[in-house]
Design a protein around this ligand. Structure first.
Ligand code: 2HG
Ligand code: ZN
Length: 459
């Protein structure tokens, strides 16, 4: 029996696709650099079906690639070598909700927004958020330890995972932590699968924690003269208020949002950088504190202009200036880097990387934006319209080594939140020591002895 017949036997006709269009769609993520070339796409409906598939793949030495919302930016879900893509689209059920535990049990294919909506309907809150939350799936969020725009206030996906069901590469089902808040019984294996990009096994179900819903929130956008001032503004505001977000974008980035999207500039005075901050505004004292801090920052000449939302609608409009950047600039085929350092090193890091970028890319436009309040900056270099895409990528990747050497000296990360996948795999040593990489490889062998789970990714 050939592989497709066997897969059809394991699933059913409707859950195995081999047509050219599906292979193209499900074989890639947002990176669009590698040519998709999977053997087939399968759509399991249960953990047991995933287990049966993994056992079969072990017997036949077939490689499996997990697929969620396919919005990844590092090629973690790309299938370019005749792998079987395991899509979680049909495992999209919310299985249980418990208001006392403040927890939701989801299948891996539940879309982030589905979870956010369920939380809101129950007067609770799922705080991990990003522009793509209408497409990303919980399994993918967990496998990449997704961050997003509220990490300053609420942390990464890892903070919200109470329990996991996984199928390991050895074909075992592990139920990890059972939703417990406290569990001091040895190694917390759950944590290993978070951010593992499907290289150890596949997450099939998760118990996610919910938070108290913010009663009201306000957004400020501040025009700021330079990065050292921006960090001082962050410090002043984080001391004054509980911030849920502290983001930034450069003047050139705002220019594109203005010209390409028609979004109004937030302030009358232009400045090299803009900070967007959000805070819970559920009483008058908080608002007074925010305004007082704003005035203090103006007096210090750190801030040259600013605006504070007067309604939820206005807050949402201001958020679009930051949230819609990635999608808006996608037409310029940007070369992306996703870097992080500890917060206090951000000015040094930006200055050094900016110098390298200015020396090497004088003919390219460079956009900076990101989650500066947690030390994570996105560097996007725009492709000139008349330059060939391959030539552009080659030119940009040459400079990667210089940028990553700076990251290594500063003990930063060459991939803060987008994962390693295929794109950053060969640069992993800039952020991880040889001993760490050897240990990671040893861990992989424990869970995936035959190397069939998302091979070639990360390691
Ligand atoms: C964001 O923060 C995403 O908008 C995408 O992580 C970052 O486009 C990027 O480089
Ligand atoms: Zn980001």
């Amino acid at each position: 029996m050939d592989t497709i017949d066997s897969l059809t036997k394991l699933f059913d006709d409707a859950c195995v696709l081999t047509d050219a269009e599906s292979l193209q769609t499900y074989g890639k993520d947002w990176t669009k650099i590698h040519q998709p070339n999977p053997l087939a796409i399968v759509f399991p409906k249960s953990t047991e079906q995933v287990q049966a598939l993994v056992k079969y793949a072990n017997q036949e030495s077939l490689a499996l690639v997990p697929s969620g919302g396919r919005t990844g930016l590092s090629g973690g879900a790309v299938a370019a070598n005749q792998e079987i893509v395991v899509s979680f689209d049909k495992m999209n059920q919310i299985l249980d909700f418990n208001s006392l535990d403040r927890s939701v049990q989801c299948q891996a294919g539940v879309v982030t927004q589905q979870l956010q909506n369920l939380a809101t309907e129950n007067n609770l809150f799922y705080p991990v958020d990003f522009a793509s939350s209408g497409s990303t799936q919980i399994g993918g969020n967990i496998s990449t330890n997704a961050g997003g725009i509220k990490v300053v206030g609420y942390g990464l996906t890892r903070n919200w995972v109470l329990g996991l069901t996984v199928v390991t590469g050895a074909g075992e089902i592990l139920k990890l932590n059972h939703g417990l808040v406290k569990n001091a019984t040895g190694y917390d294996l759950r944590q290993l699968f978070i951010g593992a990009e499907g290289t150890l096994g596949f997450v099939t179900e998760a118990t996610m924690k919910l938070a108290r819903a913010p009663q009201n929130f306000s957004v400020m956008v501040l025009a700021i003269s330079d990065i050292p001032a921006l960090m001082k503004v962050f410090d002043a505001f984080q001391n004054a208020l509980d911030l849920s977000a502290f983001e930034f974008f450069s003047e050139l980035t705002l220019h594109y949002m203005h010209t390409d999207k028609g979004y109004a500039k937030p302030t009358e005075t232009d400045a090299p950088f803009y900070a967007l901050l959000e805070f819970d505004n559920d009483n008058e004292q908080r608002e007074a504190k925010a305004l007082e801090t704003f005035e203090y920052c103006m007096e210090q000449d750190w801030v040259v202009d600013g605006v504070m939302s007067q309604s939820i609608e206005q807050a949402k409009t201001l958020w679009k200036l930051r949230e819609d950047i990635s999608e808006t600039i996608a037409v310029y085929t940007p070369y992306k880097n996703d870097l992080s350092v500890i917060i206090s090193k951000v000015p040094e890091f930006l200055k050094k990387v900016d110098e390298v970028v200015a020396n090497n890319y004088s003919e390219f436009e460079v956009l900076w934006y990101g989650h500066i309040g947690d030390g994570n900056l996105h560097l996007n270099i725009l492709k000139p319209a008349d330059m060939d895409a391959a030539e552009f990528t080659q030119k940009c990747s040459v400079v990667n080594h210089q940028v990553f050497e700076i990251m290594q000296t500063l003990e930063g990360s060459i991939s803060a939140e987008h994962g390693v996948g295929l794109l950053k795999r060969d640069y992993l040593h800039y952020s991880r020591s040889p001993e760490e990489i050897a240990t990671m490889k040893a861990v992989k062998v424990v869970f995936d002895p035959n190397g069939i789970m998302n091979p070639g990714k990360m390691l």
